[in-house]
Design a protein. Structure first.
Length: 368
């Protein structure tokens, strides 16, 4: 500060908490990580770790709350139908509980034979694409959504539908038609209510991650009742925040047989603590005290998952793709104890934060 200048107007140095948070993380992180040396110890650790994850995110509280009210099977209301050469697409308001409804798009292949069953892909969205609209490839309604679809190759749900899968693209809490009141104007179609919802539920012992996961579990309940659904082949695939949803959903729900996590799998310290401007849905009380992302992925064992990383994705953190590799190595070491290391698939592509999908079809078909 120049001599005599009032420090109320010019600040040349700031004393932030970033270094403290990173040091605290180094001293206290991964308290519930897997420390065993055998496949048997891994299988014993998983339900214990899953219980910790469910408790931290409030998922267990949600299950208990809704179980006591016993709403039953989710109830669909079809409000819109569209026919394409490859599929029929229905817009559905799916009431999953007495006080919770999930707007979604359902794609059904047109070439299914009588009695045939197809795999089901749940395609949760990330940020910026208007919730379900982007993965469902709904264009021509919102210019901002159209741009996101173009820039991020965001319409992966529609792409899976064209490959012949049954596909569901749901709105997560706080997105699309589930935005809270201050973001409900169409001008804010790309905005999300994660921070607002976090404010509402944090002191109740809940989190965005828990809400995301419970919603996907109930959507899966509905998906597996569909005529033509192969109940042994439930898959999940998502970009960015959709990758977050996919990671925790697959870790908590063993019905998910394969998962694709795109643009969301990296060491927490670099990607979130050093970049805390990222969305509030990345954070819940003590989550990153107990686990890093690779630790959560270990709970998916022995089921297969694929991770996509763009080599210039800024969300990777300062060390770039190496920060993603560090978490892949955690999962592969655990999977190797059961000789399942090949079930952890990682592709690093040249490019930014986006959906790539180059190996997605082969992965789901078992060609990885």
């Amino acid at each position: 500060m120049k001599n005599g200048e009032d420090d109320r107007y010019i600040m040349e140095r700031f004393y932030t908490l970033t270094d403290f948070a990173c040091d605290f993380y180094d001293a206290n992180s991964r308290k519930s990580k897997f420390n065993g040396n055998t496949a048997g110890e891994l299988t014993e650790w998983i339900p214990e770790a899953r219980a910790v994850l469910s408790d931290i995110t409030g998922l267990e509280l949600l299950k208990d709350y809704f179980a006591a009210r016993d709403f039953g099977t989710p109830k669909p209301e079809v409000v819109e139908a569209y026919e394409d050469g490859d599929f029929t697409r229905s817009k559905i308001y799916l009431q999953i509980e007495h006080n919770m409804t999930v707007p979604l798009y359902l794609f059904m292949p047109k070439d299914m034979a009588q009695g045939e069953r197809r795999p089901v892909v749940l395609a949760p969205h990330g940020h910026g694409g208007g919730g379900k609209y982007a993965p469902a490839g709904i264009t021509g309604r919102h210019e901002a959504v159209d741009r996101k679809i173009h820039d991020l190759d965001y319409n992966y749900g529609e792409r899976f539908a064209r490959l012949g899968y049954i596909v569901i693209c749901p709105d997560a809490p706080g997105f699309g038609e589930r935005r809270e009141k201050i973001w409900q104007d169409d001008r804010h179609i790309g905005n999300a209510s994660c921070e607002i919802i976090s404010h509402m539920v944090y002191s109740l012992g809940l989190s965005m991650q828990g809400l995301f996961t419970y919603n996907l579990m109930r959507v899966a309940d509905y998906a597996l009742t569909l005529e033509g659904a192969d109940r042994d082949k439930l898959y999940c695939a998502g970009l960015s925040g959709g990758g977050l949803q996919t990671l925790i959903f697959a870790a908590c729900d063993t019905r998910v047989k394969k998962s694709i996590i795109s643009g969301y799998f990296y060491g927490v310290k670099e990607a979130l603590l050093m970049q805390p401007e990222n969305c509030a849905c990345n954070f819940s009380h003590r989550l990153w005290y107990h686990f890093d992302m690779g630790d959560i992925a270990c709970m998916i064992y022995p089921r297969a998952f694929l991770v996509e990383t763009g080599d210039i994705d800024p969300l990777n953190g300062r060390s770039g793709a190496a920060n993603a590799v560090s978490q892949i190595e955690i999962a592969r070491r655990a999977y190797a104890l059961g000789n399942r290391q090949d079930s952890v698939v990682h592709h690093i592509y040249e490019g930014p934060h986006k959906w790539f999908g180059y190996h997605a079809e082969g992965f789901l078909k078992g060609e990885h």
